[in-house]
Ligand binder design. Structure first.
Ligand code: ADP
Ligand code: MG
Length: 530
């Protein structure tokens, strides 16, 4: 029964059944449980409004058409679709056959992503084997050289395919060449452009390799190339050195480092040592070889070695010479260890401070005089006892330490019998005489007197005529017969040792070979391999 008593005819509505105005009711009705339940049931007629968009995409017959809101949204959606269709038609008309096309995508009402399931966005991982942003590589043409049939045939020479392939091939360029995402842009690189890019890439690579090499070379210039560094680390690791502190000097021939000694075969190494690293670059090698090439101690090995290994001979030569000098009690560093082109020797100085060179120190006249006489004595000892000529003796290679002069840098020292030995000695005498005279030592002999005093020769000094003196020195040299003997075989028979010698070099400037009455074999050690 109609409680309101209004029996107006309900108009038919295309939107479905429409409820007319709210009926008035008494307080008792309002309070009734029955009415409350009825109102509750009416409420449930409305669809849930949680996420209307996906529902709108459902087919029309599954939609609930009782809600105005849903209907309005459905209509809006319909309108949007039609709008998009129109837009697509306009886009097509606008672009026509043009190669450059303009997209109206941004003006569309229904965007493709709105259709997608939003739950996909929640994926927080990605399969990195496939880069979704990276365009696929162009398909390769089969071996027969074409694809398709009849009219649709595409050969491997097709401009577009070639262009795409060229773009893909840019991936093979060196990593430091940034090629960008050509594939993504569908870049079609003409052959000519690709070839010149390729050429540029190769020449860049070669240039950078050259630069790199130069860099390595320049470290070698500082003598600590990677191999040297490794040798130095090994010395620390093996405990021979405790640590390497820093560089004392970088000269033409070597780099000298200060280090703290550890122990070598349970023998303690001096607390302060230097590492003399002979330079592995061969820049001034040509000048150096005259000191070693004609030294009979190395003559056999010199001819067989490559230049890099000859550098090691320098270190070895310095070690041998230092040992000889130590035996003759000449103040000099004590050789500790030789590793390839690195010579470890005792440090002349104190608390990391190397002793100053004679050239750098201002001594009192007494000290200077004492230094001069000491140098004279050392030169004599070196020549007569050690059978050595320093060959680079000057105020640069003499250190002042504990009130006396110490001789260093004897890698180039040779025996007096060396073809240029006496010339080198004369040069040493000139350096020493000039220095001490300049420093006010009036007792300092002239270079000629000094030469005679050191060698014990009595060459005439006429008016200090250098040319005449040098001629005498050269003559003295010519009258010396140099025969280099090579141990070619050693046989051990009971207690007797037979040493077979072969002549390996004769100084051809000697016209007549004198009869050899005495052969002195000057060898430190003979290694016999049985
Ligand atoms: P180069 O052959 O490069 O001239 P040196 O043997 O003369 O090499 O050494 C260069 C410098 O290193 C020297 O002038 C000296 O200052 C320092 N030096 C070399 N050996 C020692 C050492 N045993 N103790 C202290 N300083 C040294
Ligand atoms: Mg030197």
């Amino acid at each position: 029964m109609d409680q309101t008593g209004v029996s107006a005819e309900v108009p038919k509505s295309p939107w479905g059944s429409v409820k007319t105005g709210t009926p008035s009711c008494s307080l008792a009705d309002v309070m009734s449980e029955q009415l409350a339940k009825q109102l509750d049931d009416e409420n449930t007629l409305f669809p849930e409004r949680k996420d209307p968009v996906p529902d709108l995409l459902l087919s029309e017959d599954t939609c609930d058409t009782t809600s105005d809101l849903v209907l309005a949204q459905m209509l809006q959606m319909q309108f949007d679709r039609e709008y998009d269709d129109q837009l697509r038609r306009e886009e097509k008309k606008f672009n026509g056959d043009s190669k450059v096309s303009i997209s109206f995508e941004n003006y569309r009402k229904v965007h493709p992503y709105e259709d997608s399931d939003s739950s996909e966005d929640e994926v927080d991982w990605q399969d990195t084997r496939h880069d979704p942003y990276k365009a696929d590589k162009p398909q390769t043409t089969p071996r027969r050289g074409f694809v398709g049939k009849g009219k649709n045939i595409t050969t491997k020479h097709d401009e577009v395919i070639c262009g795409r392939k060229n773009t893909a091939r840019m991936d093979n360029f060196a990593p430091e060449i940034h090629v960008g995402d050509g594939l993504g842009m569908d870049l079609k690189l003409p052959n000519q452009v690709f070839n010149s890019l390729k050429q540029h890439c190769y020449s860049e690579q070669r240039r950078s390799a050259r630069l790199h090499e130069k860099k390595e070379h320049s470290t070698a210039e500082q003598a600590v190339d990677p191999r040297t560094r490794l040798l130095m680390f090994k010395m620390v690791n093996s405990g021979v050195l405790e640590n390497i502190n820093g560089c004392i000097s970088t000269g033409k021939k070597s780099v000298v480092f200060h280090a703290n000694g550890g122990s070598l075969e349970e023998e303690p190494v001096p607390n302060e040592v230097v590492l003399k690293v002979f330079k592995t670059t061969l820049n001034d090698f040509k000048n150096r070889d005259r000191y070693i090439k004609d030294d009979y101690r190395f003559i056999d090995r010199f001819s067989k070695l490559n230049p890099r290994k000859i550098i090691r001979l320098w270190a070895e030569k310095e070690m041998h010479n230092l040992c000889r000098m130590k035996k003759a009690e000449i103040p000099c560093p004590q050789a500790v260890l030789l590793k390839k082109h690195i010579l470890v020797m005792s440090f002349i100085g104190e608390d990391h401070v190397p002793a100053p060179k004679l050239k750098d120190i201002m001594l009192s006249s007494e000290d200077m005089k004492a230094a001069y006489f000491q140098v004279l004595h050392m030169m004599q000892q070196l020549y007569q006892k050690c059978k050595l000529v320093h060959a680079d003796l000057s105020e640069y290679n003499m250190l002042w330490h504990q009130g006396k002069v110490w001789l260093i840098d004897v890698s180039q020292s040779v025996e007096p019998t060396h073809p240029h030995g006496l010339e080198f000695l004369l040069r040493d005498c000139r350096n020493v005489a000039t220095f001490f005279r300049k420093r006010g030592v009036t007792e300092a002999m002239t270079m000629y007197e000094l030469f005679n005093a050191v060698t014990g020769l009595n060459l005439s000094i006429c008016d200090e005529d250098e040319a005449q003196f040098v001629a005498q020195v050269t003559h003295t040299h010519l009258n010396t017969c140099y025969i280099y003997l090579n141990v070619c075989q050693v046989n051990l028979h009971l207690n007797t040792c037979y040493i077979y010698l072969s002549v390996c070099q004769v100084d051809l400037s000697v016209q007549k070979l004198p009869i050899i009455t005495n052969v002195i074999i000057n060898v430190d050690k003979i290694h016999v391999n049985i």
